[in-house]
Ligand binder design. Sequence first.
Ligand code: ZN
Length: 266
Amino acid sequence: MTHTNTMMNISTLPDRQKETSADQVQHVPENTNIRFGSYEGFLKACLDQGYRFCLFPEIDTSQAQIALRHDIDFDTAFALQSAKIESGLGIKSTYFFLLRSNFYNPFSPQDHENILMIRELGHQISIHFDPTVYEDFHQGLQLELALFGELFREEVSIISLHRPNAFFREFDAPIFNIEHTYQSKYFRDIKYFADSTGIWRFGHPFDSAEFKERRPLHILIHPVWWMLEGEQNLDKLRTFYDQKVESLKTDFSNNCIPFRSIHESL
Ligand SMILES: [Zn+2]
């Protein structure tokens, strides 16, 4: 299976996923922390509540707004899937991509194309920055800004940090004059929710007083937890792992003739 073939259109999702309405998702209290389901249903429930989606610099704390953020840790194809679902609902969000990842590569033709398509759908693209890669994170960010700017002709105004330690979570200033999503105005002054590790660690947004009162929200969604089938995060990871192995085998075969004789036996 190629990288491209791992992409699923919403129309190809199994009926069980398509039919999971936001209401159904909302009323499973015993599974609060693993409550996922249809991504489209999740977004529609936000729209039905009266929310509008905005980019980070557009946040107005007096409005019913959601700054929707995607940290892409694993796969640009899942990101493209969520981007299509969002644009189908007239929603814009911000996608942050790693430049130094073992899982994908914005310089590879397919990942590059996926990221360009996400921008063409009307979303903002930017850098998911891993400061631990660099001895001097200011210099590291300077390098990544230059690379990202060159690759995508995109001027970056805000980044998100990959797996930030306590130092960076408390780092309440722009880095190298670039804002980041852990600054208080985005992280503490408005309610923050995240589906990191496939679990709503801070509770499900729909259960919160802020959601009921239509106060502004910052929601971090990792598409990988929504675009794969499976009851729990480990089920999804098993499926994803199998897909990656198949994709790797295909890449080997496409680029190494001797490998083709062992492809099927592996
Ligand atoms: Zn990350």
